[in-house]
Ligand binder design. Sequence first.
Ligand code: SF4
Length: 438
Amino acid sequence: MISQVPSSFTNWPGLVVSPEQAAGSIRAMPQRTMSFPDHLRAHGDLRMPKVDFASLVEMLDEAGLNGRGGAGFPTSKKLASMASFIGKSIVVANGSESEPLAHKDASLLIHQPHLVLEGIAIVAGALGASKAYLMAKTKNQMVVSAVEAALRERRKLRLDKVPVAPRIADPGYTSGVETSIIQQLNGKGPKPAYFPDRPIAIGVSKKPTFISNVETYATIALIVRSGTSFYRSMGVQGGPYGSQLLTIVSHDGAYVVVEVEVGTPISEIISYAQIDTSAASSVLMGGYFGQIVPPDRIADLKLNQPELRKLGLGVGAGIIGFSSACPLVEASGIVAYLASQTAGQCGPCFLGLPALAKEIGRLAHGAAMPKGVEEIGRLADQIVGRGGCAMPDGAVIITRSVMKNFPDEVRVHESGRCSFANGRPNFFGTKYERLGRN
Ligand code: SF4
């Protein structure tokens, strides 16, 4: 067991390197790429120490690092499952970020592409991988430019033993699902595959494939550079440790990406992000797989995923979004968006989601509900857990959260009225669909 050493977030080299914008346990991420000299100043020699597979698994286990893509699976366990594929595997970094409110992965790739590439190099080296891929977000030229420039610099200096091929993810909400990323890299459409554990055994080019989120790779690089003890000196005593990225979305649609020390009160993060919560009617915790809750529900909480999970909450892929609109209208927009994103492979998704979207849309917009409001719960029960991937479950979680957390508003809508008629929807469900962003 690693002992705690006195240290602090202030001295952490960080996913965000912008000391001028730091405030205690929070840093705002600038939309600028760190220059090569900046990177050297912040992180030291670009030639990373080589870490063998067993040591890397042990380090990540001690650090207690969980994947930052949203599911929060322990990274050490995921890596350990590759033990019998050393010398035969492919490594994939997923920065596709298909969640409409998320901006952290794109911002990280713009700000510190070298850090992500270092994490890829460490994992690829430990696995003896033959090739690595970096999947970036659709339609973000700043990300493409930053990654390509960093790769050029690294090639010139021969820093990466395992070649990294950048790729752009297909559009669509399900394109960011791990099995969908594998499909895209195999030259197929962005449809999720039916078996979530398949990439490990049969992934890219039919080779065992380790896939994780870009923030996870950047954090691996920082842990290897700074040491597990340092990482454990940040966060909550006894865990969880370290820091993570969040996208905070204001009710007017503006957003800020911040790196936050785990354990920081959410109220401090909101205040740092200069979000005016006085006009907020609801908060979306965790993105489209998360929950819509009243703002006062999160007032006394801290950024601590295990504790949030006990309350049925989480930040998912690092999203906290505020809205001043009717929470039922927001939920109906998200469910309609998700229904439009089905890959058409599974009945509960292909047929169930449009039916759910129609019913919650009726409730949100004051239309008659011939089968009553109970139909929403019945459809949700029919859909949940029955899709080939978890996408339909996200729609059900959002739906159930809004029905449970805003019972008074549900009653108001049943009588054909709305308490928030002037609020402008901000959770981007149907808006993004109209804009054709995804
Ligand atoms: S649940 Fe929907 S998105 Fe997922 S695999 Fe089935 S059809 Fe595709």
